[in-house]
Design a protein around this ligand. Sequence first.
Ligand code: GLU
Length: 468
Amino acid sequence: MTVSRPVVTRFAPSPTGYLHIGGARTALFNWLYARGRGGKFLLRIEDTDRARSTPEATEAILQGMRWLGLDWDGEPVSQFAGMDRHAEIARAMLENGSAYKCFSTADEIAAFREQAKAEGRSTLFLSPWRDADPASLPDRPHAIRLKAPRDGETVVRDAVQGDVTFGNAQLDDMVLLRSDGTPTYMLAVVVDDHDMGVTHVIRGDDHLTNAARQVQIYLAMGWDIPVFAHIPLIHGPDGKKLSKRHGAVGLHEYAAMGYPAAAMRNYLARLGWSHGDDELFDDAQARAWFDLNGIGKAPARLDFKKLEHVSGWHIARMEDAELLKEIAGFRAATGAPPLSEHQIARLRPVLDALKAKAKTLPALLDQAHFALIDRPIAVEEKAAAGLDIVSRGILKELTAAVQNASWERDELEAAAKQIGESHGLGLGKVAAPLRAALAGRSSTPSVFDMMLALGRDETLARLQDQAG
Ligand code: GLU
């Protein structure tokens, strides 16, 4: 097979109301393959099921793609909008003799099957119209069927599965255009992929049998067959086909759990594809490394522990601007309001300290609680226990001591130390009431990090609120 054309891949979801994690991985593979080769990545919405294809259902998919950071080229293509073109190709196939008009009614087909079953024959429908004399055809509604080869084999040359052979005896004369004039899915997919110039079809292996039928249409039209790569579906941690009982199956659920999109790209790329032993990588590496050879034949299993690990790695090495963007995406996914400028200004100075520890964005924001709240600070019960009369006194002394301090770590630390020593207390004991006053909690970032992030005025105000 020679494919010298520039690479064109596509993601062709049917709108189901959300972007499935398996669909997201399919999209990612197509995106990586195209982007790593200077090719195009197209998006086609397979919206021929009119009942399910609401604008909201389509938007949910686009939203998932945007969140995951998979940009597509051009406008999304609507499969439904191509109906006339699909019908035109069905007629072209009539013309070239690779298809025929079939006047059998649904009742006749059902009766055929019934009888075949009773006689123990194959129930694949054999239309009596396949070889009818074109001059003697009735003038009534009819389907257009592919005149599929009866003998021999149809081979799907698959970059993942190898050559997969289907006996033509097992493939019936599929309907291309229904008697109501609507094209079938099988026809629409081939016509669209051809018209969009798709060179590589990377999708779930639940479409492998469809590929055999699609190959027959390509051959009937004399069109170039794209490279197929059918990837094994994702399984749950127990090795069974992924379903809702395993937990989250929608990409939006992962967004809402606070895994950064960058980590999801890394994690999903590894779900079924590998590059040696590399587990942790960035987009540039993924683009450079991604190849169809690296896709495995065995289904990959979801592993939440691994996802946490990947997530933590990405958070730790993220630039502030990217991290803030991820946080914005996380908050949007949970319906939380965006962080205010004011909150972001307080958050920035502690980001580096927090990055290293947090595995997810909510874990990071939880540590950043002090920066996101305003006075009056509600003090949690556990932290309040540390605010006894002695501690309140210490806070008062500290307030006075740092009032005119230059707002630098060394000086703040020295002041706290000194006051602790004068009470015969270590820094840890002084830190407890400080945490309570500044964050209302007992688990916080370093107290000096908090003081520096909050600035002098806000720190003094919080201390004064709790000082005795
Ligand atoms: N619309 C199909 C699906 O969502 C994908 C078809 C294809 O990739 O060819 O499963």
